[in-house]
Structure formats: structure tokens, C-alpha cells
Write a protein that binds this ligand. Structure first.
Ligand SMILES: C[S@@+](CC[C@H](N)C(=O)[O-])C[C@H]1O[C@@H](n2cnc3c(N)ncnc32)[C@H](O)[C@@H]1O
Length: 407
């Protein structure tokens, strides 16, 4: 699941508690001057430690880690790990357990200067602009074609997903993390969109509106990528994204041609869900009502989704009475295309590869397996296990389980 709306757990627990007694925070209109540096519930980490050179002491972190007490649900404390010099001074702050922090620290991106080549640099593909009813959006600065890179950025803030801290405690911890970032990155973070509008919880509110999930050290982490955050949602998006957990990088590529000045969009929720369900997720996760063409034409969209579902069920039938044919698979591809689901074609391409191989047409099976791989690369990245089945089929289609299965 790639939905960006998985932070609900943070808020369902304690959003309305507002245990303000645990924290006295100054508030201001823009939120940035609320940042606090000393946090009451966090033990003073300097106690009993000799005043040694910080850089050497905490490498690769440039700040002394600041920690909570032990959280029962994690059987560990949570600490803020900041590297302010990361990626030419972009900086990064990670809130996680000491064990997982070691895993982060061992990633090549913290050890070798060229591991992030081509990342965190402007691609020349986009600019941002305020759009009616959508806040800021990202638009194409030049004509883009299928597979063109739009963005590739590392996060400013990464935070282990937990539901044990009280809202204001978490806010304090997150604020330490954001405050320790270099000024430009901190400003870019604090300038991002938010959902609730309560300044006292602004840092988490920004997470709520802008988060993606990153799986590191066996745990889900929330990650906020300031530039990438300007991509608005569409149910027939023209771009697709994936996260690379080794590079901690969020990649976005065009999935069909995009004209100069056209808005670049991704999908915040599965575009294969029925319209009411998509709307509910967008409302719960991001507090907006989608008015994209697919949402506006609910009846037609849902009818097409039912057709897609029926075709996929038929193509998944490998019994002796199966009615699946390559023609059905071609029809499925066509439906995805006309529905604007160009970034999700890996599924129908995959069905087509199997359907052709099942009737012994290895030429077309190979063609569609290659297309499926290319689509998966844009959607799930190079490390995905989903790639494996097409790699296997491509090795020798005649040895694949699907070969002549329906002849
Ligand atoms: C990740 S941010 C996207 C950038 C944001 N528009 C901004 O101004 O920074 C998510 C927020 O953008 C807005 N948004 C995104 N897609 C939208 C859409 N299709 N229609 C209306 N608002 C949208 C919602 O307020 C949502 O909470």
C-alpha cells in the first residue's frame, strides 16, 4: 500500500486530547517561531557525558541525539538524529530508535560522497504555482515524456510511526528535529501545507498533509519531502512515484506526455477504488474533496472500474473452464489507458504477458512482460519483489508455468 494517508493512527489516538499541560509553547501565525529547543519531558542528554567534540562523538550525526524515555510499545527510547551537513547542507533529521539509527547510519548515503549523485538536484522539469482550490501545485516547466524524471529528493524529516507519545510530546520531539535542520530546509518544511490549522501542532499537521511511508529497520517511518510535497492529487495522475529505502529517496517520473504548464499529479489513494471510497480516503487523510474528471463522472468511472474488476477476475481464472483470452487482456489494457491509469499499467501488461504465454504466443508474452517490468520500475522501484515473476518469464517463456496452459 503506497497511500500517503497512513498517519491516521497518530491522530485517532490522541488528536483531541491536547494535553497542553505538558508543554508551554509560544504560538505565532506562521508557526516557524514556535520551534522549541529545550523539551521538558526529554532527559538532559549531556548529563554524565564528557564535553567531547560532537562531530566525532556522534558521527554521522552532527547533533547530540536527544531522546525520550523508554516507550513500552517499542521497548526502546526514541531519539532525534540530525545530520545538518547531509547532501551538501540540505540536512536530514530522523526520529527513531538507537538500533534503527545505526541502520540508517550504515547506509551508503551517510558514508560516501557520491551515493546521492543526481538526487536533491533540480531536474528542470517543474515549477510551483498557486492553483484555484488546491493550494500550491507543481507544473511542467518543459514538455515531459513517458519515463522522464520529475523529482528525486531525500526527506527533511523522518519519524518512526508510533502511537504511544501524547500529541504534544510528539510535537516537541518533532520540533527538535525540524529546528536542528539547516535554515533553508527548516523554512521549506514549515512552509508546507497542513490540514488542521492548529498552530500548536503545526509540525505534525504538516506531516499529516505531506507524509509518505518509508520502511527501514523493519519499521514504518513517516517521511516528508519538501519539494515533492507540492504534487497535488489526481485520480488519473500523469506521474508515478516510488520510495527507495536504501537511498531514502522519493522518485517521481512522468507516466504519459505532460505539456508545458500542465499540472503534474500523483495519486494519494488507489485509483482502482470506487469513487466513494477514494473520496472518503482523501477526505479522511487530507481533508479535501476531489473534483478531478474521474470523481466528477462517478457513475461512468465506477462502471468502468467494475468492468476492470470483471476482466481481471476472468484473466485470473486458470481453471479448465476459464474464458480468459489475450483479447480480454488487450481490452483490459485499453480500459486502463482510457481511464487515465497510465501509471498503473503493470497489472494489465502482466495479465497480457500471461494470457499470451498461455496460448503459446511467446513473442507477445515477452513484449508485455517487458512492458510490465518497465511499468513496475516506475511504480515500485528497482528493488521490488514484483519484478521477479517477469524476469523469470523473460528468461524462458516456454519454461514458465503459464506456457500453453490455456491451449
Ligand atoms: C501534499 S499537499 C500538496 C500540495 C499543497 N497543495 C500545497 O499547497 O502545498 C496535500 C494537500 O494539498 C491539497 N490538495 C492536493 N490535491 C488536491 C486536489 N486534487 N484538490 C484539492 N486539494 C488538493 C489538499 O489540501 C491536501 O491536504
Amino acid at each position: 500500500e503506497k497511500s500517503t494517508s497512513h498517519v491516521a493512527v497518530l491522530y485517532s489516538q490522541c488528536w483531541h486530547e491536547f494535553p497542553l499541560s505538558t508543554a508551554i509553547l509560544r504560538t505565532s501565525r506562521d508557526g516557524s517561531s514556535e520551534l522549541v529547543s529545550k523539551v521538558s519531558f526529554i532527559a538532559n542528554p549531556s548529563q554524565n557525558q564528557p564535553p567531547l567534540d560532537r562531530l566525532d562523538n556522534y558521527a554521522p550525526w552532527t547533533h547530540e541525539p536527544i531522546c525520550t524515555g523508554v516507550l513500552q510499545s517499542l521497548d526502546s527510547k526514541l531519539c532525534v538524529y540530525t545530520n545538518a551537513t547531509f547532501s551538501n547542507g540540505r540536512g536530514i533529521s530522523i526520529i527513531t530508535t538507537p538500533r534503527i539509527a545505526d541502520e540508517f547510519a550504515n547506509l551508503p548515503i551517510f558514508r560516501s560522497a557520491n551515493a546521492l549523485d543526481g538526487i536533491n538536484v533540480f531536474s528542470g522539469a517543474w515549477y510551483t504555482e498557486k492553483l484555484p482550490g488546491k493550494g500550491v501545485g507543481m507544473l511542467a516547466r518543459k514538455q515531459l515524456k513517458f519515463k522522464d524524471r520529475v523529482t528525486a529528493y531525500t526527506p527533511a524529516l523522518v519519524a518512526l510511526l508510533e502511537d504511544e507519545l501524547k500529541t504534544m510530546e510528539r510535537e516537541q520531539l518533532y520540533r527538535v528535529a525540524v529546528n536542528q535542520l539547516p535554515e533553508a530546509t527548516r523554512d521549506a518544511y514549515m512552509d508546507l501545507a497542513y490540514v488542521y490549522g492548529e498552530p500548536k501542532v503545526r509540525v505534525q499537521d504538516i506531516v499529516k498533509a505531506n507524509t509518505f511511508q518509508l520502511h527501514v529497520g523493519g519499521q514504518n517511518h513517516l517521511a516528508v519531502f519538501p519539494e515533492t510535497s507540492r504534487l497535488n492529487h489526481a485520480c488519473a495522475p500523469n506521474a508515478q512515484y516510488y520510495l527507495d529505502p536504501a537511498l531514502l529517496t522519493h522518485f517521481v517520473h512522468a507516466t504519459r506526455p505532460i505539456s508545458i504548464g500542465e499540472e503534474i499529479t500523483i495519486s494519494y489513494t488507489s485509483p482502482l477504488e470506487l469513487t466513494d471510497s477514494r473520496q472518503r480516503h482523501l477526505q479522511e487523510g487530507f481533508h479535501f474533496t476531489c473534483s478531478c474528471p474521474r470523481c466528477s463522472a462517478k457513475a461512468t468511472t465506477d462502471a468502468t472500474l467494475h468492468k476492470i474488476g470483471d476482466l481481471q477476475t476472468a484473466l485470473n481464472d486458470w481453471s479448465a473452464t476459464s474464458t480468459a483470452t489475450p483479447k480480454l487482456a488487450e481490452k483490459l489494457i485499453q480500459l486502463y489507458r482510457t481511464e487515465g491509469l497510465d501509471g498503473f499499467l503493470d497489472v494489465p501488461y502482466g495479465f497480457a504477458a500471461l494470457a499470451y504465454n498461455a496460448v503459446g504466443d511467446t513473442t507477445r508474452a515477452i513484449k508485455y512482460a517487458k512492458l510490465a517490468k518497465e511499468a513496475i520500475l516506475l511504480k515500485d522501484g528497482p528493488w521490488t519483489p514484483n519484478m521477479q515473476i517477469w524476469t523469470e518469464l523473460l528468461k524462458d517463456p516456454t519454461q514458465h508455468w503459464s506456457f500453453r496452459r490455456r491451449k
